[in-house]
Design a protein around this ligand. Structure first.
Ligand code: BGC
Length: 483
């Protein structure tokens, strides 16, 4: 059917077999933080220390209780009719000290049940090995700042592929390494909570890329033939547009912001094993000015580049919002990854926040721009949107009409991306199945398709209007009836 880039037909039917999913992450939903032999992770430590780094010093000790209430989650998943359910494994639940030296059978049993129940209901599991909840004993040994973690992560990945890979065919190694590196190792907003703006994030980025690549190779050489699955890494990316579209300085600034957010991971992994050239020369020049003997951004050896290049079987991207960018001179005040790129980002004043004070501005068209950009830059890969969401504040009305409007418009943009831009998009996952523990925002942000009453010990799940609307979309494989 012919339609222009600004209009859409009333009925949107997605390609046959298109995947409709929802996502969660272990620490955000499971609870059972020390149940049945689980070891501590960095979020357990961080939240237990208090110190007002998390909204009202909340913890996810109980969260949505999914460790004991999996059957309740499954009911929601079935009610929605999801084709895919994305969840993460708690590394510390499986390997209490982070290493394969000791394996917790109770953890294996829990995930086996989830996987088997999903498959028995015709739902494809998409499994993330590591979603921010790093084992504390490994952090104590230097965490992602040390190269030693690469082997340890690879051993964990091999253990997971070997244990669950007969049934799990879609794997994500690391969730949003780009955000993790920044929040955990540059700003200290996430555990370990120690700001390290000089080199912390760059070291973490470097080691995470290598760890991902090594795990991909392990899958490729040891498991792929028999298991026939796919492995990738989930990258967070905003869409960043120039504040003034006709200004070359702003265009360049927007490109640099995208290079840092997305390309610093995607280029090595999808293209050539190395960081974007501009990022390298820029950090090298800044580092020189700051008196460092070498660039604060470490370099990959030729052998490492070869090892990293081509280590993803699909492109997994997570989109929440857009920004405008303009050039901002680095005015000194100490080295920092964020200052290296000399960009100021901010929302367009006409964009609405999802709720007052939220960092998420409602920009559904940004997802189409991002998808086009990925198609053009990364040789038209198969793309999975492994997260996209819209938070409500607290209290969040069950009648979340405004939020459904966001999802509806987003689905239109996906349709245009597939039909007009010929983007090879095959899966869309909403973040999140349930209201859950939103990291430093605690329970104050409500991202769920299902509301969870955290005051009620039974933690009941109740669908928002968006859940019922999403269920219709899934059933129709698109949008039926008038828009
Ligand atoms: C993360 C989720 C998080 C969501 C909303 C993503 O960056 O993967 O864990 O809850 O964004 O902030």
């Amino acid at each position: 059917m012919a339609f222009s880039s600004n209009s859409c037909p009333e009925e949107l039917t997605f390609p046959k077999g298109f995947g409709w999913g929802a996502a969660t992450a272990a620490y955000q939903v499971e609870g059972g933080w020390d149940a049945d032999g689980k070891g501590p992770n960095v979020w357990d430590t961080f939240t237990h220390q208090g110190g007002d780094r998390v909204f009202r010093n909340q913890t996810a000790d109980v969260a949505c209780g999914s460790y004991t209430l999996w059957e309740e989650d499954l009911k929601c998943i079935k009610q929605l009719g999801l084709t895919h359910y994305r969840f993460s494994l708690s590394w510390s639940r499986l390997l209490p000290d982070g290493t394969t030296g000791f394996i917790n059978q109770k953890g294996i049993d829990y995930y086996n049940k989830m996987i088997n129940d999903l498959l028995a209901n015709g739902i494809t599991p998409v499994v993330t090995l590591y979603h921010f909840d790093f084992p504390q004993p490994l952090e104590d040994q230097g965490g992602w700042k040390t190269g030693a973690i690469i082997e340890v992560f690879d051993a964990y990945a091999r253990f997971c592929f070997g244990t669950f890979g007969d049934r799990v065919k879609l794997w994500i190694t690391i969730n949003e390494p780009n955000i993790l590196a920044l929040f955990a190792y540059e700003t200290g907003m996430f555990p370990p909570g120690v700001p390290n703006p000089e080199i912390g994030a760059y070291q973490a980025v470097h080691n995470m890329i290598k760890a991902h690549a090594k795990a991909w190779h392990s899958y490729d050489s040891l498991f792929r033939k028999k298991q026939n699955g796919q492995v990738s890494v989930a990258l967070f990316s905003p869409w960043v547009a120039p504040a003034n579209p006709t200004s070359v300085a702003d265009q360049e600034a927007a490109k640099r912001a995208m290079a840092l957010a997305l390309d610093s991971f995607a280029k090595p992994i999808f293209i050539d094993g190395d960081y974007p050239a501009e990022l390298k020369s820029r950090v090298a020049a800044m580092s020189k000015k700051q008196g460092y003997a070498s660039s604060r951004l470490p370099e990959f050896t030729d052998e490492e580049k070869k090892m990293i290049k081509g280590t993803a079987d699909f492109f997994a991207v997570q989109y929440y919002t857009a920004s405008l960018a303009k050039h901002r001179e680095n005015s000194g005040g100490g080295p920092s990854l964020l200052k290296d790129i000399e960009v100021e980002v901010f929302p367009d004043p006409s964009w609405q926040a999802s709720y007052p004070g939220s960092w998420i501005y409602v920009v559904p068209w940004g997802i189409r721009e991002l998808l086009k950009n990925i198609k053009d830059t990364y040789n038209n890969p198969v793309i999975y949107i492994t997260e996209n969401g819209f938070p409500q504040g607290d209290p969040a009305p069950l009648d979340d009409t405004q939020r459904w409007e966001y999802f509806r418009q987003t689905i239109q943009e996906l349709y245009k991306a597939i039909h007009l831009d010929k983007v090879n998009l095959q899966l869309y996952c909403v973040w999140s199945l349930l209201d859950n523990f939103e990291w430093t925002e605690g329970y104050s942000n409500k991202f769920g398709l299902y509301q969870v009453d955290f005051e009620n010990p039974a933690l009941p799940r109740v669908p928002y209007k968006s859940a019922m609307e999403y269920a219709k979309v899934i059933q129709n494989n698109g949008i039926k009836g008038s828009l």
